[in-house]
Design a protein around this ligand. Structure first.
Ligand code: SF4
Length: 211
């Protein structure tokens, strides 16, 4: 399937120039909303993408205009190298950076999800959406209760509340959480490795012609 470049360009432009909510007003002049990054120009026939969804762009990201280009991105790169996939898209629940690294409120995140994340996922139609961190896990599964803390959700598959696809969301810790635990880029801790192995097993079928 050839990617609909025109549609993606227009969606990315809408993100770049969006000023719909107050998070945008909190940003400095040299910071800008961060559109998603598609790592492959074409989808090979019959293959479906894997989309990685984080929380919101960080300091480096809003300056460079690319998701996951800071230290968190280095860890994510290690994971992608292990997973050995290129056919991916990287994005965030919220495209602007809330001031002082706060998390966007549910009320702030909802319009961004509806205007951008949801259409991204519907258009891309990924085989797997990897929710990295609790904000992404909640936004993609709609599960906010006390039984759905990160330690309960990591390494499991959930239905995608935005697209309606069953067993489509796989939850992982956010790389910034691993960095805070002292994990250095270039290393994958042994306790984290099984979560990547499981993910690889799951999207191993991505290479099979399944649409
Ligand atoms: S956070 Fe989303 S909705 Fe708010 S201004 Fe940025 S792109 Fe627009």
């Amino acid at each position: 399937m050839k990617m609909d470049n025109k549609y993606h360009r227009s969606l990315m432009d809408k993100i770049r120039y969006c000023s719909h909510c107050e998070i945008r007003l909190e940003m400095k002049e040299d910071e800008k909303p961060v559109p998603y990054t598609v790592r492959s120009e074409y989808w090979p026939t019959g293959m479906r993408q894997v989309v990685f969804v984080g929380e919101s762009p960080g300091e480096n990201e809003v300056r460079e205009g690319r998701p996951f280009c800071g230290r968190s991105g280095l860890l994510l790169k290690d994971w992608l190298n292990y997973l050995d996939i290129n056919n991916i898209t990287i994005t965030n629940v919220v495209k602007c950076r809330p001031r002082r690294n706060r998390s966007a409120t549910k009320k702030e995140a909802e319009p961004c999800i509806n205007m951008f994340l949801k259409p991204e996922l519907i258009t891309i139609n990924p085989k797997v959406v990897v929710a990295i961190g609790s904000i992404a896990a909640r936004a993609l599964t709609g599960l906010y209760g006390p039984n759905h803390r990160m330690k309960d959700m990591v390494g499991k598959l959930y239905d995608n509340i935005l697209t309606g696809e069953e067993d489509n969301v796989y939850v992982l810790y956010h790389p910034s959480w691993l960095l805070r635990k002292g994990v250095q880029p270039g290393t994958i801790p042994t306790w984290f490795f099984p979560h990547l192995v499981k993910l690889k097993e799951h999207f191993g079928v991505v290479g099979i012609r399944d649409i």
